[in-house]
Each structure stands twice: as structure tokens, then as C-alpha cells.
Design a protein around this ligand. Structure first.
Ligand code: PGA
Length: 254
């Protein structure tokens, strides 16, 4: 057992306009107002952030972005900096999601700069790692995780690891309905915790590590019951307020 606070994060990806985000909150907030053991986070498109921040003030919802650039400012057309997000009251940011690694060339080297940039701006990084199906089948899961974790965390200043949330998302389980077994998820996440202990032994028991990949209301409780799984990063099921409320309830009960 641990005293790490459960963390339930919805990753909307490229779904919902600002107006749709307001409608979502209107449906969600009455369903999650009770027990507040778990932290509740919504990772939204840039264009819905202000709607979510205004609509969730005074509630338990924390608003997150899904990407940011590592530089403070500069000639980077189409990018957004940590300072721009923190000015809006964005409190967390997804970094290194497999879709960004796969489709937008996100590299471990860029992540090594993005994590400290987010921390310096007071934004909590939700740092994603995970192997593809081919890598798992080739027996490379541990090598891939070792590389992603050690290179991605390389720029984090000493003592700041506990401020980071890590998400283990096996690429083969994202959006496929193929959830990793609880044993597979626990094993990979325990391995990630060992890797973090190799960097800072005192920090490792404090870092929250989430599982992501086809998490639904009916499999969340079992995943969250595992000793090293501290929460979930949820794509598809986070788009529906009823399903997301059920996932928050699973986090509150964990
Ligand atoms: P999924 O997505 O829950 O739809 O599988 C998870 C994620 O990509 O964060």
C-alpha cells in the first residue's frame, strides 16, 4: 500500500470544442462533487482550456494541456510555451504521448528539455512512456522503457522527480480495446519505479505512475488495486461524462 494520491486523468486528444467542453463540465461536476480522494485532471485541446478553467473554478477538476514547446519564446510557428499555459492557470501538461512520438516526431531529447521547462513554470508534467507491440514481441520492452525514462528525465533538476506524474501506456493498448492485463501493467510500472529509483531512490516511492490504454469503468478498479498503479490516463472513456465520473469514483475508492 502507498499513500500516493490516486490520479485520474482524461486525455481528450483532438476532441471537443470549447463549447462542448463547457457542456461536459456541466454534466460531470454534479456527479463528482462528493468524496474527493482522487485528483481529477482533464487534458484538453488548447482551444478548450479557457472554457474548462473558467467552468471548473472551485471544483476538484485540474486542467491540463496535451503538449508544449520547450523554449520560453521564439520562432516556432504553431507552438505554445509553458509560460503561455501557466498564465491561463493550466496546471499540468501531457508530454511524450505516444501519438506525439509517432506522428509528430517527439523525441527523448526534446522531452529532456520539456520536462524541466514545465516544472520551472509550475506546471506538472504527465510524462508518457510505453513500448509498441513489435517492441514487446521482440523482448525489448525493458530496453525501450529504460531509454524513454532515463533520457526523458535526464534534465529534471535534483529533488524535483516527485513533482512529475509518469504514465505507462503500452502503444498496443491505446484505443484498441486491448487492455494490458493487470499483471502486465503492474510489472511494467514496477519496472519504471525501479528505473526512477536508480536516478533518485528517495523520490521513487513518491512518484505517481499511471496506467493508460483502453481503461474503462469496468476494468479500472482492478488496475487501480495494484500496488504500483497510482491512477489512469484515459482516452476514449474520458469523453463521456458518465463514464469519466465512474472512473473518478474508482479513483476515490482506490
Ligand atoms: P485510450 O487512450 O484510453 O482511448 O486507449 C489512452 C491514451 O492514449 O492516453
Amino acid at each position: 500500500m502507498s499513500d500516493r494520491r490516486p490520479y485520474i486523468a482524461g486525455n481528450w486528444k483532438m476532441h471537443k470544442t470549447g463549447r462542448e467542453a463547457e457542456d461536459f463540465l456541466w454534466a460531470l461536476l454534479p456527479q463528482i462533487s462528493g468524496e474527493d480522494h482522487a485528483e481529477v485532471v482533464i487534458c484538453a485541446p488548447f482551444t478548450a482550456l479557457v472554457n474548462l478553467i473558467d467552468g471548473s473554478r472551485g471544483s476538484r477538476v485540474k486542467v491540463a494541456a496535451q503538449n508544449m514547446h520547450q523554449a520560453e519564446a521564439g520562432a516556432f510557428t504553431g507552438e505554445v510555451s509553458a509560460g503561455m499555459l501557466s498564465e491561463l492557470d493550466v496546471r499540468a501538461v501531457v508530454l511524450g504521448h505516444s501519438e506525439r512520438r509517432q506522428y509528430f516526431n517527439e523525441t527523448d531529447a526534446a522531452l529532456a528539455e520539456k520536462l524541466p521547462a514545465a516544472l520551472a513554470a509550475g506546471i506538472e508534467p504527465i510524462f508518457c512512456v510505453g513500448e509498441t507491440e513489435a517492441e514487446r514481441e521482440a523482448g525489448q520492452m525493458q530496453d525501450v522503457l529504460r531509454r524513454q525514462v532515463t533520457e526523458g528525465l535526464a534534465g529534471v533538476p535534483a529533488g524535483q522527480l516527485p513533482a512529475i506524474v509518469v504514465a505507462y501506456e503500452p502503444v498496443w493498448a491505446i484505443g484498441t480495446g486491448k487492455v494490458a492485463t493487470t499483471e502486465q501493467a503492474q510489472e511494467a510500472i514496477a519496472f519504471i519505479r525501479e528505473l526512477i529509483a536508480g536516478i533518485d531512490a528517495a523520490a521513487a516511492p513518491q512518484v505517481r505512475i499511471l496506467y493508460g490504454g483502453s481503461v474503462k469503468p469496468d476494468n479500472a478498479a482492478e488496475l487501480l488495486s495494484q500496488p504500483d498503479i497510482d491512477g489512469a490516463l484515459i482516452g476514449g472513456a474520458s469523453l463521456d461524462p458518465g463514464d469519466f465520473a465512474a472512473l473518478v469514483a474508482a479513483g476515490d475508492a482506490a
